[in-house]
Design a protein around this ligand. Structure first.
Ligand SMILES: [Zn+2]
Length: 87
């Protein structure tokens, strides 16, 4: 795995806390311990791939049960909205 910004391969897996505005734009939450990478040159950041994954999870999850601060793990395990109900 290498840094997507500078291409260095000296990166470490890390975790980052991040503020996020929910897809409906009405609420902002703090998501803790999001898988991130740490590059010696670029610092700590969340990859575009992980960014999209979080967006997707926020879109699919039932967030009304969660407090304004939760961990990435809790988001992954949050109940998912049934977009298409099976009859
Ligand atoms: Zn870098």
């Amino acid at each position: 795995m290498e840094c997507v910004w500078c291409g260095k391969d000296q990166i470490e897996e890390s975790k980052q806390d991040c503020y996020w505005v929910l897809p409906d734009g009405k609420r902002s939450v703090q998501i803790r311990q999001i898988p991130a990478v740490h590059c010696e040159s670029c610092g700590l950041y969340i990859t575009e791939e992980m960014n999209q994954k979080v967006e997707e999870l926020l879109y699919l999850s039932e967030l009304s049960q969660l407090p304004d601060t939760f961990t990435y793990e809790e988001l992954v395990n949050a109940p998912k909205i049934q977009l298409f109900k099976i009859k």
